[in-house]
Write a protein that binds this ligand. Structure first.
Ligand code: PGA
Length: 231
């Protein structure tokens, strides 16, 4: 299906997540926060409501990142609780945040590795909070946030805006069996083009995804990429 609207994008991604969990009920998912995945979570919520057979009780959910020194109500963890965890039968003990788990990558590995990572993309090309110049071999680590990231997210805070975060690394993401990156709106068009039609460079962290054998890029502005064709 050719995606033309944000609603269509959200529906497509929600269906892929549902299919992943149907195929493997104890799948490990890495999940983003932010404006872009909100529609996906809202669509998932609708599916949970109309289909009581959807069972995510064994599904393991790993937040991609979290702010440091954040007011709990402004945290990504709270975002995921409010927009996804509470709307489903995902078990609290199966939800993980890099701010609450020591050795995030080891825990991911012990639970079988990530089956699917869903990503947004920052206007500077970041994935999770892997800002430009992050080492492509990075695992979960703390980082300072770039000005463009701070500017894009300024309105999300009721308390002080943090300038540091903990994030899964680029290598954490690359080890995921499947990756879906989603982008919405014309403000993301240029960076998506640079990331997936340009050179692979540390200046655009998302460009490293070009090397992943099972990647889908889905947008509502006409750009798409599928390195797999097996979905
Ligand atoms: P957004 O953030 O979905 O709020 O645009 C994406 C990102 O920074 O990864």
């Amino acid at each position: 299906m050719h995606i033309q609207t944000y609603d269509q994008l959200s529906e497509q991604v929600a269906l892929k997540l549902i299919a992943t969990v149907k195929e493997k009920p104890n799948a490990c998912l890495a999940l983003p926060t932010g404006k872009t995945p909100l529609g996906t979570y809202q669509t998932l919520t609708k599916h949970f409501k109309i289909d009581p057979a959807l069972d995510w009780s064994k599904t393991r959910c790993f937040a991609l990142d979290e702010y440091l020194e954040i007011k709990e109500s402004d945290s990504f963890h709270t975002f995921l609780i409010e927009h996804l965890y509470q709307k489903s039968n995902i078990a609290t003990e199966n939800t993980f945040s890099p701010a609450q788990v020591v050795n995030y990558d080891e825990v991911i590995e012990q639970l079988g590795g990530l089956d699917l990572t869903l990503l947004g993309i920052g206007r500077n090309g970041h994935i999770a909070f892997n800002e430009p110049e992050t080492c492509p071999l990075s695992f979960t680590h703390c980082t300072w946030l770039e000005k463009s990231t701070l500017d894009a997210n300024r309105s999300d805070f009721t308390g002080k805006q943090p300038d540091r975060a903990i994030t899964v690394g680029i290598e954490t993401i690359m080890r995921s069996r499947r990756i879906i990156l989603i982008a919405s709106g014309s403000s993301k068009r240029e960076i998506v083009k640079q990331a997936f039609s340009g050179e692979i460079t540390r200046r655009v962290p998302a460009s490293f995804l070009q090397k992943h054998p099972n990647l889908q890029v889905l947008t509502d502005f006409g750009f798409s990429l599928d390195t797999t064709n097996s979905w």
